[in-house]
Design a protein around this ligand. Structure first.
Ligand code: FE
Length: 214
């Protein structure tokens, strides 16, 4: 015999809905299908594009830039002065970094990047934006309660550390320069790049020493 338990019904509802694609995802899929159907795009092009941005570019380009900045003070200065000019060296394709500002984390400052309006992101440097970056919850809470959001990402900051939140736009995007972990004096640029996480360049990760292993 089953009885009606409103809590169970609510749980079931949430469980089912958590498996459905988000509304923007469904909308994008519908537009994509229409464009393919009308012959403006073909599926192979879309698949190739997604593969390049998620597999080849990923956050690896950004990690290379950070590792170089850690090793080369002159490059770091150029990055902080005009990040778009500095990364021109690499000739990365894509317009999403045409106006890029680098933000340096220090012992007393932590930078966090959000796009409150939509999901502006330096994708030619960091690849595809993570899904959480596009959620309404992150976009609103990163501004309202950045410390609580950071804590949920595992970044537990002392009260003395100032949190600066930057709102990306289509005109200006940001790259956080995380702190180089102590004890990496002997690391090669490649090894250093291996420590840099995507989230650390958005600001939802801070202590990279945990990636040193051993
Ligand atoms: Fe945006």
């Amino acid at each position: 015999m089953s009885s009606h338990d409103p809590d169970k019904v609510k749980d079931l509802y949430h469980t089912l809905h958590s498996h459905l694609p988000s509304e923007p995802a469904l909308r994008v899929k519908t537009i994509e299908n229409l464009l393919v159907e009308k012959g403006y795009l073909d599926q192979q092009t879309i698949d190739n594009w997604i593969e390049v941005y998620s597999e080849d570019i990923g956050p690896k380009r950004g990690a290379q830039v950070i590792a170089r900045a850690w090793l080369d003070q002159e490059f770091k200065q150029r990055l902080l002065t005009d990040a778009s000019e500095a990364i021109d060296d690499y000739g990365f394709l894509g317009k999403a970094t045409a106006h890029l500002k680098a933000l340096e984390n220090t012992d007393s400052v932590h930078n966090l990047v959000v796009c409150t309006l939509c999901s502006c992101y330096p994708f030619s440097l960091l690849g595809m934006a993570p899904n959480w970056y596009k959620t309404a919850a992150y976009r609103s809470r990163a501004v309202r309660e950045p410390r609580a959001v950071l804590k949920e990402f595992g970044v537990d900051l002392d009260d003395q550390v100032e949190v600066r939140v930057y709102d990306s736009t289509a005109e200006l995007r940001y790259l956080v320069i995380p702190q180089r972990p102590l004890g990496t004096e002997d690391y090669s640029q490649q090894q250093l790049a291996g420590l840099v996480t995507r989230n650390s360049m958005i600001g939802t990760d801070r202590d990279l020493a945990k990636n040193m292993g051993g």
